[in-house]
Ligand binder design. Structure first.
Ligand code: HEM
Length: 292
């Protein structure tokens, strides 16, 4: 997509988002008439109340599996990282040469806004999932409220991120080579693999994080505003919970890659540049393009 069209699209989204949020701010901050905590109690009773049909399945899933699956997934991925640290470890990247502009100030601002809000959603979501063990009550219900409001606002940075990096995240033929070698993450040797501005792993993370976040936004919105039938709300809750586990595990994977495996990554998301040698090695197809 051409830069002026992209800029216009992003500006349009920012303006529409701001207008919608300003107009809706009253409703946003008080999702339903009356006392929020009373309403929340009513919501919980309604959603598990009908024991004759899906109410039972829903409650069984919620009580029996959600906490276990979430807990196992988090512990499982942390164990995998520990094994990887021992067996393979960090990748030392070639550094040096000119500084190549990589992430614009706007890119970085939107990324950090998404990072902050999605991390806050993950933390408050985890507290809600394990709230039973944390004393429950007003503390957990207050976090649920914060989770709902932050969730609604998060659609803006994530929506913009989807537009601003979509073009660089389209899969290309050479991504198959990268994928067939698992990006080199499973071996100690460090051979260059073909990649554009993003490698195939980054592209997968991009599509997964943005699309899943938007589905979570929609299902979360349905629950926060009671905007569906009882069975609709149950379905929304199930979809929301399952995708939450997927997103949480993928987010931990993203953190492991950028904070541990490739130490120069963080610098590029803070300063906006990568060194020429790194680009030549990690993003060879992009390097060929800017060189020609
Ligand atoms: C506090 C948490 C986070 C940290 C510390 C972090 C850090 C980073 C860093 C350092 C990069 C640059 C990678 C490179 O070019 O080498 C990056 C890229 C990126 N981040 Fe994050 N990030 C965080 C959370 C998130 C979240 C929540 C999302 C999505 C909702 C996200 C989406 C992306 C995407 C799509 C990219 C570009 C592709 C990639 O490099 O994987 N990040 N992040």
């Amino acid at each position: 997509m051409k830069k002026p069209i992209l800029t216009a699209l992003i500006l349009l989204l920012v303006i529409v988002g701001t207008v919608v949020l300003v107009n809706a701010s009253g409703v946003l901050l008080s999702p339903h008439q009356g006392n929020y905590y009373e309403n929340y109690k009513g919501f919980s009773e309604m959603i598990v109340g009908d024991w004759s049909s899906r109410g039972k399945q829903f409650t069984t899933w919620q009580n029996r599996y959600v906490r276990k699956v979430t807990g196992l997934a988090v512990v499982g991925i942390l164990v995998l990282f520990a094994l990887h640290m021992v067996a393979v470890g960090r990748k030392k990247l070639p550094e040096g040469g000119a500084e190549i502009p990589w992430y614009s100030l706007f890119n970085r601002f939107i990324h950090w806004l998404s990072a902050l809000s999605v991390s806050l959603l993950a933390l408050t979501g985890l507290v809600m999932t394990f709230g039973k063990y944390l004393g429950g009550g007003v503390f957990v219900r207050t976090l649920r409220y914060i989770h709902g409001v932050v969730g609604i606002f998060t659609v803006v940075p994530v929506g913009i991120m989807l537009i601003m990096w979509a073009k660089d995240s389209i899969f290309r033929g050479y991504d198959i080579v990268w994928l067939s070698k698992f990006g080199g993450y499973l071996s100690k040797s460090h051979e260059p693999l073909p990649a554009g501005k993003f490698n195939a792993g980054q592209k997968i993370w991009f599509w997964l994080s943005t699309i899943v976040s938007l589905v979570m936004f929609y299902t979360g919105y349905l629950m926060f505003y009671f905007s569906a039938s009882v069975n609709g709300l149950r379905t929304a809750a199930l979809v929301h919970n399952i995708l939450a586990v997927l997103l949480l595990v993928a987010l931990l994977g993203h953190l492991y890659m950028v904070l541990y495996i490739y130490s120069g990554s963080l610098r590029s998301m803070l300063r906006g540049t990568k060194t020429e040698k790194t680009v030549q090695f990690l993003y060879s197809e992009f390097y060929k393009k800017i060189g020609s």
